[in-house]
Design a binder for this molecule. Structure first.
Ligand code: CP
Length: 305
């Protein structure tokens, strides 16, 4: 039985296969509409979510399956003190596959040790968000036609932004990719990403506080929200939250074929005036999330179509 806890558990070939399956589903949805008939997905969300939970649920419904679960811990027996291990073991009695989001890093890994069905990490603390990364890779592939030869700018909260961490790990495997990491000093990329990926692989990267300086070099601009829920101190959040706000004038020196991604939700970091710019990909990215999760459910349930 396979789980997906960390993006690095997938080989590059497996990622490429998932992208190919997602693109086939997009082109031929009818072929897949009963693929998961009588299968059930449980979404166990201990933290708020719009895109991840609903795209997982839409994915299973479009595969002909059913969904069950909870969207806040307070509505489950977790509020009575039940452990992640016992919850995972119990839900395995009712569902064929589990998607779990949890504020504690490592909780989905614990669930995977006790569940008797596949467990997918739908985001754990500031650690990892592998299905967002798969979403990002599918989006980049569709927007650029390739996953190589790219300069990727990651901008905003690079310390707590788990989507950026997973994206760096995943994209570091593709040839001729380099990163420009744009953040305030306090929100620089953490040591573990540097040590386990950037420095270890030797992938070229630079760090800067200036979005303006980085802009003309970028093929991809990956904007992120400052993660209020991970700050210990509200005053620090207030001081840093508007460090980068992408407005149309800031795109003045950007490439014509720039792709602007954001895992969403956005707060203030991308002006809504950008939304009509053809370079804004973030709502197309949200749609990609449903298709790549369909592909992942098929893979983990070993359903062949
Ligand atoms: N991108 C993402 O994880 O969004 P949600 O928090 O809405 O699921």
């Amino acid at each position: 039985m396979k789980h997906l806890i960390d993006i690095m558990e997938l080989t590059t070939e497996e990622i490429n296969e998932l992208i190919a399956t997602a693109e086939d589903i997009m082109a031929n949805p009818d072929k897949y509409c009963e693929a998961c008939k009588r299968k059930k997905l449980a979404t166990l969300f201990y933290e708020p979510s719009t895109r991840t939970r609903l795209s997982f649920e839409a994915a299973m419904l479009e595969l002909g399956g059913s969904v069950l679960g909870f969207s806040e811990a307070s509505s489950s027996s977790v509020s009575k003190g039940e452990s992640v291990a016992d919850t995972a073991r119990t839900v395995s009695c009712y569902a064929d596959i589990i998607a779990m989001r949890h504020p504690k890093e490592g909780a989905p890994l614990v669930a995977s040790k006790f569940a008797t069905v596949p467990v997918i990490n739908a985001g754990d603390g500031g650690h990892n968000h592998p299905t967002q990364t798969l979403t990002d890779l599918l989006t980049i592939k569709r927007e650029k036609g390739r996953l190589s030869r790219l300069t990727i700018g990651c901008c905003g909260d690079l310390k707590f932004g788990r989507t950026v961490h997973s994206l760096i790990f995943a994209m570091s495997r593709y040839p001729e990719v380099d990163f420009i990491l744009i953040s305030p000093e306090e929100l620089r990329i953490p040591e573990h990403v540097r040590g386990e990926c950037l420095d270890k692989t030797g992938i070229p990267y630079q760090e800067t506080t200036s979005l303006e300086d980085a802009m003309p070099k970028l093929d991809i601009l990956y904007m992120t929200r400052v993660q209020r829920e991970r700050f210990f101190n509200e005053q620090d959040y207030i001081r840093l939250k508007d460090s980068y706000i992408l407005t149309p004038d800031k795109l003045g020196n950007a490439r014509k074929d720039l792709s602007i991604l954001h895992p969403l939700p956005r707060v203030n970091e991308i002006s809504t005036a950008i939304d009509t710019d053809p370079r804004a990909c973030y709502f197309r990215q949200a749609l990609c999330g449903k298709y790549i999760r369909m592909a992942l459910i098929l893979k983990l349930l070993e359903v062949r179509v």
